[in-house]
Design a protein around this ligand. Structure first.
Ligand SMILES: Nc1ncnc2c1ncn2[C@@H]1O[C@H](COP(=O)(O)OP(=O)(O)OP(=O)(O)O)[C@@H](O)[C@H]1O
Length: 228
């Protein structure tokens, strides 16, 4: 589903590579934690998958496409196959929970009938049924992140990228968000989550890819945050 083939990324005006000779293969349906200190290259890894940048060297394949060769006008088609959530939720403040999620379907041209079927089902999946009419500022942080997850997943993308999704949440709330991500993963979606949350990584025991100064220094199944 995602293949980094000897990928190096050097930003303009920088001498040091943000990612260096990265070789990683992520299969359909995998759940991967991306860990590493601040500046180790996690965001760069994610931004390359989203084709915000191209590799300086090496080749990147996502959902069957060679991103080096992907034409700019096809990038939106790629991004429709990738759901994203971030630490800061990024909801539309003037829209209800329902409308925040429905909007993601409207922009891809889905019919009202389809939207009326899929949005409630997705809100139930993330544990928000009954809260459809609330505004974002009437929700807790955990609930706002659930809305963001519903919005990211409502079009049933093949890949879900979560960049520090629990970074603003207390530990108990974070566990609830991880349960939702696990549920989404069990529907067959590939999940890549960048995190600094060692407790979560240690609890979940999924594949761990650790970056250090742009290099993959560890890639192990059922991994933990710190290798002792
Ligand atoms: N747009 C950019 N232009 C130049 N250098 C950049 C840019 N974005 C990131 N970098 C540099 O690339 C390296 C990797 O940064 P990156 O943001 O990928 O790390 P990170 O692991 O996501 O860090 P954090 O945990 O703080 O989000 C750092 O040295 C950073 O300063």
């Amino acid at each position: 589903m995602i293949t980094f083939d000897n990928v190096t990324k050097i930003y303009a005006q920088q001498s040091r590579a943000a990612l260096s000779d990265v070789n990683v293969d992520i299969d359909k349906g995998e759940f991967v934690f991306l860990i590493g200190q601040s500046g180790s290259g996690k965001s760069t890894f994610i931004r390359l998958i989203l084709r915000e940048y191209r590799p300086t060297r090496g080749t990147l394949y996502v959902a069957g496409k060679n991103l080096n060769q992907l034409r700019s006008w096809k990038v939106p088609v790629l991004r429709r196959q990738i759901g994203t959530v971030f630490q800061d939720f990024r909801l539309l403040p003037g829209k209800t929970v329902y409308d925040n999620v429905a909007f993601a379907m409207q922009v891809t041209g889905k019919s009202t009938k389809e939207i009326r079927g899929v949005v409630p089902e997705t809100l139930e999946l993330v544990g928000l049924d009954g809260k459809e009419k609330r505004m974002p500022d009437e929700l807790s942080g955990g609930e706002q992140q659930r809305v963001a997850l519903a919005r990211a997943f409502v079009n049933r993308p093949k890949i879900l990228i979560a960049d520090e999704p629990t970074g603003n949440l207390d530990p108990a709330t974070a566990v609830g968000i991880m349960k939702v991500l696990d549920r989404i993963n069990h529907t067959g979606a590939t999940v890549v989550m960048a995190t600094h949350d060692s407790t979560i990584v240690d609890q979940m025991r999924r594949r761990v890819i650790e970056l250090s100064s742009g290099h993959v220094v560890r890639d192990e199944n059922e991994g933990v945050y710190r290798n002792s």
